[in-house]
Design a protein around this ligand. Sequence first.
Ligand SMILES: [Zn+2]
Length: 307
Amino acid sequence: MYTDIKTILQKAAENNFAVLATSPINMEITRGMIRAANKKKAPIIFLLGQNMMRQHAKAEIIIPMIKMLANEYSAVPIATCLDHGNDPERIMYAFRNGFSSIMYDGSLLPFEKNMEETKKIADLCHQFGMGIEGELGHVGIAANGDEKDESIYTDPSDAATFVSYTNVDCIAVAVGTAHGEYPHGMIPHINFDRIKMIKDATNGMPIALHGGSGSGDENIIKAVKSGINKVNMVTDVFVHCTRKTKELLADDSKIPYMNLMMEVENSVCDFISHWIDLTGSEGMAEKYHAVDKMGLLTSKSRIDDGE
Ligand SMILES: [Zn+2]
């Protein structure tokens, strides 16, 4: 069933689990991911970034495909979310093309300006029945070593002010992870106490951990126990697909392309299943079914009417 991040993450926060958020850039990866969510009976969130859509994964094609699969796999709560939206034109593009949620990234703006801009998008999202995630502190780039810079970590009391002013449904925090690939062999040090402090200061607000890729299984499990409800993992699934493709070609350089794609899809399903295990969301899809019986979650009632 197609829904938004507010619906998915409220339940996650109430029940102390996290939901995997990852990027469906083509049919095989999307289907592999949804099959994993269905197998694990877990909710899942699909992220598309501004550049991803400019370069390859057009929302006009990907979003209808996700909605169609969400109807097919009706027992699994599925949300879409524009990732790191900061370009007004791209945010409107996401509204026009049936996204159910927006992540607005004002994290490089001064605090007051970030609050003002996030609130504007939050108000708009809520008018259309969509979910909204803001970011406070700044999740930087792993290649630059930004995860070690505590000056960009999220301040818990600022987080409380941010959440109550903007009315966001989820807050992305900087607590020791970064985007992209860490230097080989390095596992980041996550500040779990900071996660707990933000959770307490915001009265249990759903919290997103960005830069989950390469963060280490134990770290992800502990972060969820500390209060994380959304784990963003994008780089690792793409690295996995490249590696799997190379392996398949090394085994059989004449493998037909369609078979290659089918094998990659199967391996995405296994890879995502492991990440779902880390988030603690296995079996949690059933917690949403009572909500859906009230007719609130279908794409038709929430999104299509607004277009
Ligand atoms: Zn991110």
